[in-house]
Design a protein. Structure first.
Length: 499
């Protein structure tokens, strides 16, 4: 009999072999992606110990890390002549509190003993704030490696921003900058089978990154604010990460690409067929992820030589060694055995058990891939409603995300028609807005059972055009033709946090 199945180790192997990162973080935030991307693109990280001692005053429970006491910090600053005469300890302490809130504005900084980097992702954007790999940041390292490989022009441009370090946050911390850069050379995607043996879906995905990334870079060159550029770039990375997860089934199982139908109706799903279709678009996406993981677990069962007979005779898997299987897991495994009876081949049986292993992990693990996608998409402003745990999401973009999409689609001083815009949105992001035969065909090819008519999709595009007009990104000409253009350097949206 084959060895007992441990679900946690199987999940790690599938993520490592086929995905390239671990999309299971229930508390992942956009800043985690930003930190991983920047470290990968810059190719290094700093010790940041002086920054941490100065700015990280206390932990969540008020504990002050050793070496970060006010008296110690004040004496060090005075000895190094980095504060002027007459500045008292109370003023330094007030400033330190402001600095801590600034660097943890995106709630990605957890102050632990020894100020270790394991749970620190700074809300800042220059080489001086790059830390070693922290929790949840492998997602950013992965997409950063893809951008370096397939859109090196954008990667070089972002590296130059990080190198200049002339933004307000970097200048504020200038007295404690350190140049103790450690080399970071890790490209998570290069050994992934999908990229080593790229099919048409992979080629389409990376070609979209190449075109959209170069377009985004050209728009950045017209933009005056480096921190806003980094923020929009991070939204770009998050959107491409979500697309990547949604396309895993197409990469490995030759299934159709799932389209992203944006909802601009502004109406609740019960009143809008477009909103309901957008919900269905999201549902298709997460079901596609479920099927990919079922396939991945089946592949691992095959690699470990589990036959149908051995699986039928196997004990119920547990999450990890020395952990007892619950009654729920026992029930699921017995149900899998019943379904597998009718399977005529070992591969069919392994797929049945792979599907069950995915369901079991959803029960046992603190988080799973669909949760990660949902939380990241909601936090970034891609999915709606804003309640992270709301089950029925749809694709409603925040203005920040919409600006990023536009700057990745329309070059500076370029003017596009509505039909040209539709084609680019599909080619670069897999996005559907509606109003054309081309898009209707894309929706049908993705396998969506349409409960929406062409008139509703046309109205959705009209709402999209009206929003672009309100943002001064488009205008309707006298003959009724929509023209989309960005132009200039002042079309920038302000926002609260960096990431």
């Amino acid at each position: 009999m084959s060895e007992r199945i441990y679900l946690h180790s199987f999940r790690k192997e599938v993520d490592s072999t086929y995905v390239g990162f671990t999309p299971n973080g229930g508390s992942i935030k956009p800043v985690h992606v930003a930190s991983g991307v920047q470290r990968c693109i810059y190719g290094g990280y700093n010790t940041t110990m002086k920054i941490k001692r100065l700015a990280l005053v206390s932990g969540a429970k008020g504990n002050v890390p050793a070496g970060s006491e006010l008296e110690t910090i004040y004496a060090t600053l005075a000895a190094e002549e980095t504060i002027e005469d007459g500045i008292v300890e109370g003023s330094v302490e007030s400033m330190r509190n402001v600095m801590q809130r600034l660097l943890s504005a995106d709630k990605g900084v957890y102050v632990v003993e020894g100020l270790k980097d394991d749970m620190i992702s700074f809300t800042a954007g220059s080489k001086y704030f790059l830390t070693r790999t922290s929790i949840y940041e492998d997602t950013g390292e992965f997409i950063g490696g893809i951008i370096c490989s397939y859109c090196p022009e954008l990667a070089i441009y972002i590296k130059e921003i990080l190198e200049k370090a002339d933004d307000p946050i970097s200048l504020l911390f200038e007295p404690v900058h350190e140049n103790a850069m450690q080399v970071f050379e890790k490209s998570r995607h290069e050994d992934i089978p999908a990229f080593k043996n790229a099919n048409d879906s992979v080629k389409w995905y990376v070609n979209g990154i190449k075109k959209s990334g170069k377009c985004l870079m050209e728009n950045f060159k017209q933009h005056p604010n480096p921190l806003t550029q980094l923020r929009l770039f991070n939204f770009y990375c998050i959107f491409q990460l979500i697309r990547y997860m949604a396309m895993l089934e197409a990469f490995y199982c030759e299934e159709n690409v799932r389209s992203i139908l944006l909802d601009f109706s502004g109406i609740a799903p019960r009143q809008s067929s477009v909103a309901r279709a957008s919900e269905m678009s999201y549902t298709q996406m997460y079901k596609s992820i479920n099927r990919f993981y079922a396939w991945g677990y089946a592949q691992k069962l095959k690699e470990k030589d589990y036959s149908k007979a051995e699986l039928m005779a196997s004990e119920t898997p547990t999450y990890e060694e020395n952990k007892k299987a619950s009654a729920e897991l026992d029930t699921l495994w017995e149900m899998a055995k019943e379904r597998a009876i009718s399977c005529t081949t070992d591969d069919e049986a392994r797929l049945v058990f792979g599907e069950t292993m995915y369901d079991m992990l959803a029960l046992e693990a603190s988080s799973h891939p669909v949760n990660c996608l949902k939380i990241l998409g909601t936090s970034a402003g891609i999915l709606y409603p804003p309640d992270k745990m709301h089950p029925n999401k749809r694709f409603v973009l925040s203005q920040d995300i919409l600006e990023m999409i536009l700057r990745s689609t329309v070059s500076p001083d370029e003017i596009l028609s509505g039909s040209e815009m539709r084609i680019r949105l599909w080619e670069r992001f897999g996005i559907i807005v509606g109003g054309s035969t081309f898009e209707l065909e894309r929706l049908q090819n993705s396998g969506m059972l349409l409960q929406i008519d062409e008139d509703s999709l046309e109205c959705n595009f009209t709402d999209f055009a009206a929003l672009l007009e309100s943002m001064d990104f488009a205008e309707v000409m006298a003959d009724g033709i929509l023209q989309i253009r960005l132009g200039g350097t002042d079309q920038c949206l302000k926002s609260k946090n960096l990431f």
